[in-house]
Design a protein around this ligand. Structure first.
Ligand code: HGY
Ligand code: MN
Ligand code: MN
Length: 454
């Protein structure tokens, strides 16, 4: 399990003798394709390295927020790679980059696979990117192997998967599943007050056309996504591949606590309306709520916290909190979110503070179908890849696609479980294993579904 040395400045992904060096011998993808080359670790590492330089700090941190020039540059680069790999490439009405490859049978729907290119602020180099460069590697292997699938193939690099900028996640996949409208683009706003619509328009993408991105019902038979685990289980158990059975849902709230700004010296304690003291009590109350024994798969986070006027000699007048509640159980997710609102109301009432709250987004958990998991599992067994079924605490595009079609997710290990931070790391040999599992899953799925439709 290559993890790389994170103690010093992270080693570049491609370095003689480093992570990117091709392991000894050829990697066989599937026993029944004897002359089929395996995923190329050097090519994978070079692609990861190139993308990490877009919005990167030259070391390990990446900031490639949704609908920024950096995200569009990444789509431009990946679009060019897709075309070089022989795909017919387009950018859809939301800004997703799509590459298509004909199958032997034009009567069959597409098989889609891919992930996202945007990141969180000061994020890592692997979140989303592993699934995009992994999908591209599969297209290259198909070309090099002269393999024609029965189904036409659609590789997707999604835009705006992260909720980091506009609060709601998976907007690119919501656009292709018909779950996003121009009204949402006006509703969603970032911390600076810029709407999604304005951010899109500033990059030449017309938010009024969002609904054009929708994939017609029945046009895609299934979606597969390779992604880093963003948790510790696979590395802790020494496993190569995670097969995801459920993806957590998330409810995101914007909470505004209003008190009264006043002089920090002249105002007696008993006559204060300190918004920050109230907000701090709320933060600790949310933590206690998520730690309740009956909420065993619930997590809740206050990830953004802004104080106004944020001056050492002024009692805080108002505080804005961004709350992220997640669970793989839908009832618990919503119950926790509702209890958060109740908690805010109680604290504010007791402290004489005013409260505003907005539900920014509410996305249900997804259960991924067993029959498709069996196909991905059979691929892992055939390739001798150690694996296990597991759930995902992180949200993903696959969970949205799963609303409209069968979807599967494959995880590769995250070192120390670190993600959404510069320390995020997955060894290239683990990525190769994930690509092999994804490729085997795609070929098996292609056979299984085309035999059904004789
Ligand atoms: O935030 C998440 O759940 C994922 O990384 N988009
Ligand atoms: Mn991701
Ligand atoms: Mn992420």
């Amino acid at each position: 399990m290559a993890t790389g040395d994170l103690a010093k400045a992270p080693t570049p992904l491609v370095e003689d003798g480093g992570e990117g060096t091709r392991p000894d011998g050829e990697i066989r993808l599937t026993p029944d394709a004897p002359d089929e080359p395996g995923p190329d670790p050097v090519r994978l590492a070079q692609a990861l390295q190139r993308l990490s330089e877009i919005g990167g700090d030259g070391r390990a941190s990446v900031s490639r927020l949704a609908f920024t020039p950096e995200e569009r540059e990444a789509h431009r680069v990946v679009g060019a790679w897709m075309a070089e790999a022989g795909l017919t490439v387009r950018v859809d009405a939301f800004g997703n980059t799509i590459g298509e490859r004909p199958g032997a049978r034009a009567d069959l729907p597409f098989l889609a696979f891919g992930s996202h290119l945007d990141s969180v602020p000061n994020g890592g180099r692997f979140d989303g990117i592993v699934g995009v460069v992994g999908a591209l590697e599969i297209v290259r292997l198909l070309e090099e192997g002269g393999v024609t699938t029965a189904h036409p193939l659609r590789m997707v690099a999604f835009a705006n998967e992260e909720g980091a900028r506009f609060g709601e996640a998976c907007l690119g996949s919501k656009a292709v599943t018909g779950m996003l409208s121009p009204r949402d683009a006006e509703r969603l706003v970032d911390a600076d007050g810029t709407t999604l619509a304005a951010a899109m328009a500033a990059l030449g993408i017309d938010p009024r056309q969002i609904e054009e991105a929708r994939w017609p019902d029945g046009s895609v038979a299934a979606f597969l996504e390779l992604h880093i685990e963003q948790a510790r289980l696979l590395e802790a158990r020494g496993l190569q591949v995670g097969i995801v059975d459920a993806v957590a849902g998330n409810t995101r709230l914007r909470v505004l606590v209003h008190g009264r700004a006043d002089h920090s010296g002249g105002t007696p304690m008993e006559s204060r309306k300190d918004a920050l003291a109230g907000a701090a009590e709320i933060v600790l109350g949310i933590e206690a709520l998520a730690n309740e024994p009956n909420r065993r798969t619930t997590v809740a986070t206050v990830g953004r916290f802004s104080v106004s006027p944020n001056s050492i000699t002024t009692i805080p007048g108002s505080v804005e909190l961004a709350v992220d509640v997640r669970d793989i159980d839908s009832d618990r997710q919503r119950d926790t979110a509702w209890r958060v609102v109740e908690l805010c109301e109680q604290v504010c009432a007791r402290r004489g503070l005013d409260l505003e709250h907005v539900v920014v987004s509410d996305t249900s958990p997804s259960v991924l179908p067993l029959w498709l998991r069996r196909i991905t599992k059979d691929g892992c067994v055939e390739l001798g890849l150690t694996h296990r079924v597991m759930s995902s605490g992180a949200g993903h595009d696959a969970q949205i696609l799963a609303r409209r079609m069968p979807a599967a997710m494959l995880f590769v290990p995250s070192h120390n479980g670190a993600s959404h931070v510069p320390e995020e790391w997955t060894g290239v040999d683990d990525i190769v294993s994930g690509v092999r599992a994804l490729y085997a899953s795609l070929l098996r799925l292609d056979r299984f579904l085309s035999e059904e439709v004789a």
